[in-house]
Design a binder for this molecule. Sequence first.
Ligand code: ZN
Length: 256
Amino acid sequence: MQDNQRRIPTLAELTPRPGRRPLLPALTSRQELALLCRTLHREGYDDHIAGHITIAEPDGTFLVNPWELAWDELTASDIIRVDAAGQVIEGDWNVTPAIGLHLAVHQRRDDLRVVIHNHSRWGSVWAAAGRIPPVYDQTSGHVDEDPRLYDEYAGTVDGAIEAEAAADALGAGKWALLKNHGVFIVARDVRQAHLRAVTLEHRCRLAWQVEVLGGGQPITDPASLRVVRMSDQLGMPFLWEAMARREIRFDPGVID
Ligand SMILES: [Zn+2]
């Protein structure tokens, strides 16, 4: 089969049928960030109030979830704005002391808008083990590179030196496990960030379950994952929209 027959179409290529309702209402960056927190909390990014997501804005400022609120309770109006030094310039809440980790990455990577850090439920298992989870199924293969493993963890990533070192270790990578700490994911937009975060947690969960069961045969043939590897670059059609709609359905106030 030819590559062009196997390629996943982009959303732009999938012409909506006349009269079809929109997949999502038009969303602001604040609404997208709140929905990303809610969707990922449901996937396993649920270590109480830990974790932060930044979105780089065109004016050089950054949107980030507040320190005080859990990912499953915050709304769009709770999202705060910080300047390039990490100082709050808009919003009623405090910013996490670990904002430096995000700013260090944003400074190095103008190719991306979204940076995610959390101590996700299954990602943290592999981070604690200091191992990269094998790919055991197609859903684990939506990102075409292994996570980096950053093993210089010195207690926190709150300090400037630690933040700079972690950002350096990520380099041009898409995602990383922070040894004995948690996960780190970067992306050019919310859709790609969602797919990478969901893929990492699924890959970690499935690999853990397979190993508990006694082991399996990882997928080692890259060609067999050709189709899903493309989804990371092109965006997985409809997935983000469906998961965001679910959150709005459960709590319409999330976008207020
Ligand atoms: Zn952390």
